[in-house]
Design a binder for this molecule. Sequence first.
Ligand SMILES: [Zn+2]
Length: 118
Amino acid sequence: MLITCLKCNKIILVVYYDMLLLNFKGEPVVDGLKNIMEDDVERLLNDLLPTMPNVCNCEICRADMAAYALNRLKPNYVRSNKGELFHKVNTSSIQAKTDLMSVVITAINTIGARPSHD
Ligand SMILES: [Zn+2]
């Protein structure tokens, strides 16, 4: 999305998806917005990690895995329960689930092989 000057109509800022929702301090500009991919990634980590006893399951590694996965998935911001319903319908396809699963498993394997702590 492009932000243009109201007077001269010149482009002053190019904004991408999730930048739009943050001010310069990195705080959300609009209340009640949430990237619901975070919930999906968290849920999958909760499902998968207990089945992988060789992978570190500490808070640091879990946060690293979530960040790794979320940086590779398209964010999906919603502002209401209506939006959440749409998201659930939208990602209920087998392809969307497979993509999500694949990214989270890559995150677990990558971070699990090289934890950022001793
Ligand atoms: Zn760890």
